[in-house]
Each structure stands twice: as C-alpha cells, then as structure tokens.
Design a protein around this ligand. Structure first.
Ligand SMILES: [Zn+2]
Ligand SMILES: [Zn+2]
Length: 285
C-alpha cells in the first residue's frame, strides 16, 4: 500500500477506522472461515378447496443443498492436504504500514491471494469445493386446517445446508388454494347462493345445500325475503391453530320469479290478485 497524502483529516480517520476494523476480526481470517447458516428454501404448494379447509398431509419433493458426503462438507478432495498461502504465511490477512505526520499506522486487511482463508486446498470432485451438493428429498408435510391462499408454513432446518458446518436454513412453504365451483371462501366463512321459487319463498321449504361436510338440509322459513342471508352455524372453515372453532356458511337466498306462466298458473295468480284486491277493499270499509 503506497503512502498517502493525509492533508484531508477525513482520509486519516477512515484509514484508522479500517485498520481497527481489521484488527477486531471484521473481514479477517476468523470471519472468512467461520461457519455460515444455509439459505432458506421456498416451495409453492397448491391445495384444493377442501384440503385447505380441513388440513392435509402432503408428501412434497424439494431440491436443496445438502452437505457433500465425499468430503464431509469441507470442500477439500479427500486424501489431500491444504497448502499454506505464501503471501500471508497462512494468516489470511496482511499488515501494511503507513508513515504519516502523526506516526506510523498499521493497517490490516484480508489477504487477496487466498481470499482470507490462509490456505489452498484441492477442491473435492463431487461438490467442486463448496462442501455442499444439490439433492432432491421427499418431505412429509402436515398442513393444518384453515390455511388459505397466501398462508406460509415454516419447516425448521429443512432449507439449504450451511457452509463449513453452519446450521441449515428453513423451508418456507407458500400455499395457493384452488377455488371451488360452488362454494366461495371468505376468511373462515363460506358463501353460497341458493335459488328458491317464489312459491317456496312464500310458503317455506327445506332445500339441500352443498357444504364442505357434504349435502346438508337447510330450512327456508315461510315469508323469506329475496336476498336474505341464512346462517348455517359452524359449517365454515376451522380457525387456523384452533381447529375446534369454525366459521359459518352464509347462504344468500335468491328468489326466482317465473318469466312465463302456463294458463292455469295465470288463472290462479289472477284469482290471488282478485282476492288481494277484495281484502284491501274490505279493509277500507
Ligand atoms: Zn493468503
Ligand atoms: Zn465435496
């Protein structure tokens, strides 16, 4: 390192700072050789509607970095010995002195020749010196009831292997849920629209309604107004982490009014209309 002109006090300060940093082990040999945690790995899992509602056990296949068996994760070819770096003498760092008006400053920096490791080793043929290889593994995954699109599951320590004996990263499973043709999910509730005839809405009836538990009878009370929402209690989605608590299924009643009437139907409706008019006239008397 050449001698600098330290007329600018900021230059001097930066050099001192750098020097102390190197002494303290930042960027020195210790840092370069220390174990490093592996990266997290991501996996996208697609579930059907019911799997997301009730939870499911899935076997997934992930590809990730695992420790190399050939070199035991060291990255060095078995049977070879590392050679010491001649530039730094195996220290992994080099010291340079700078003479300044304030005295001599020593600066420590990582050795460029060996990248701060202090040695050279013959790379393992299997992993190319990384100490890790990409492998495929099957993992059994328990998806809890109540997950939804956008839910994220964390599987501890199933990510990529660490370097130089560092701990592995985590596996993150991102959930995507396919929609159902008739049932619509709204958080922990399930929405459904049922159609009833105007006669059934007036007189009341019982209809069969699809739910995540199968077909269930739903009572339509007499005099049900169009657009009414009926609540089927606890027929919704289990709460994530509290699977004994469930949301509801909300059924919107759509009342169908016929666009065409048979002549018999028309006669009866007209009779009903006349009856209605007579009643209104009576009540005015
Ligand atoms: Zn070196
Ligand atoms: Zn290897």
């Amino acid at each position: 390192m050449g001698t600098g002109d330290y007329s600018n006090p900021f230059d001097l300060f930066e050099s001192l700072f750098e020097g102390f940093g190197g002494m303290g082990g930042m960027g020195g040999r210790a840092a370069r050789n220390r174990p490093m945690q592996g990266d997290d790995e991501a996996y996208n899992l697609v579930l059907n509607f019911k799997e997301a509602v009730f939870g499911v056990e899935k076997e997934i296949e992930i590809t990730r970095l695992e420790g190399c068996n050939t070199c035991d994760g060291t990255g060095a070819k078995p049977g070879t010995k590392p050679t010491t770096c001649k530039t730094c003498g195996g220290q992994g760092q080099v010291v340079s002195s700078t003479r300044t008006p304030l005295g001599i400053f020593q600066q420590v920096s990582a050795c460029n020749t060996c990248g701060g490791t202090g040695e050279f080793s013959t790379p393992c043929n299997t992993c190319g010196g990384d100490g890790r290889v990409r492998k495929t593994k099957r993992i059994s995954l328990k998806v809890p009831a109540g997950v939804d699109s956008g839910s994220r599951l964390r599987v501890r320590s199933e990510g990529n292997a660490g370097r130089r004996g560092g701990p592995p990263g985590d596996l993150y499973v991102f959930i995507d849920v396919l929609s159902d043709p008739v049932l619509k999910r709204d958080g922990t509730n399930i929405l459904y629209t049922c159609k009833v005839s105007y006669i059934d809405a007036i007189l009341g009836t019982t209809v069969k309604v699809p739910t995540v538990d199968g077909m269930v009878d739903l009572k339509i009370p007499s005099g049900t107004q169009p657009g009414t929402t009926l609540v089927m209690s606890k027929k919704g989605v289990p709460l994530l982490g509290k699977s004994n608590a469930r949301g509801d299924q909300l059924v919107r009643v759509q009342v169908e009014i016929p666009k065409r009437l048979s002549s018999d139907e028309r006669k009866l409706i007209e009779e009903l209309s006349n009856l209605n008019k007579a009643q209104t006239a009576n009540s005015r008397r």
